[in-house]
Design a protein around this ligand. Sequence first.
Ligand code: ZN
Length: 300
Amino acid sequence: MRSKNEICLLCEQNRADKTNSHILPKTMSRRIRGVRKKVIQAHSHKMHKKNSPKQDTFKEDYLFCSTCEYYFGALERHFSLYVQPYVERAVASEDFYLLETMVSNGNHLEINGRAYVCHKAQPLMMQLLIESIVLRIHVSSKDPYEQYKFPDQLITQLRSNLMKFRSISIADVFTSCRDYQGDPIPPTYYFLFCPIMKVLPKDQSIVTEFVEPTERFFKILAGEYHIWIDTHFPPHPFLNYSPTPVKIIPLSEERYLAMNQHMFDVFFENMNRYMEESGNGFYDPKKNTPTPVDENNASM
Ligand SMILES: [Zn+2]
């Protein structure tokens, strides 16, 4: 358990005085929480216990100082201004367009890929946002994140990347990211977006937060956004100043449902292993559906 006298886990200078730090940005699940009544928060191996009703995403105290927390807020604000509205409303404008790739299928062309291109989103800021999420997951000592730890070398690099642009002013972060002249490195991360409300029936609960490592990718589910990170992190400081615009790839309904099912399968597999190891028998997902969190009874 951390206390406010401990040192901030980003700047390593100030005291970690901030309480209620979100591990995953709250803004990413804003839309689900506003409309859905049932939301499952996926604890990695404790779903057999009764979840306390929660309206919010996972929070933790005394990880960071207020300055670093404001900085995370600036990165999230940029996302909520220049990525989220366009993606969620899917309305084309001069700041945003839908990119479609076509393949020839006999006599006609077929769409085989779509991406939302967010022109106003600053690519490096969005990279830093994702790096901040990775750092937050790494330092979290709470379920469901406590078991996910990244190599020290990577975390040192992420801290250094993040500290280079740290400011509580969103304008300052933007300017220093825009003017950054480092090595041009191809972007490492990407987002997938699933418009959940379109694909799920009204009474169905959904998993809103999940981390799943695979051999090739580390997948983070943050609300309606999946973040996929290649597990083979490059050994160099992967700061990217290239003008490659931020792209968000929408998941088809079919692909989203398949991924969601896959996540549940991984979840139950992990839980069975945990239950077996702890001698609590075997968990049968058919008998025990995950406890939905009822937002109507949520305590703040
Ligand atoms: Zn700090």
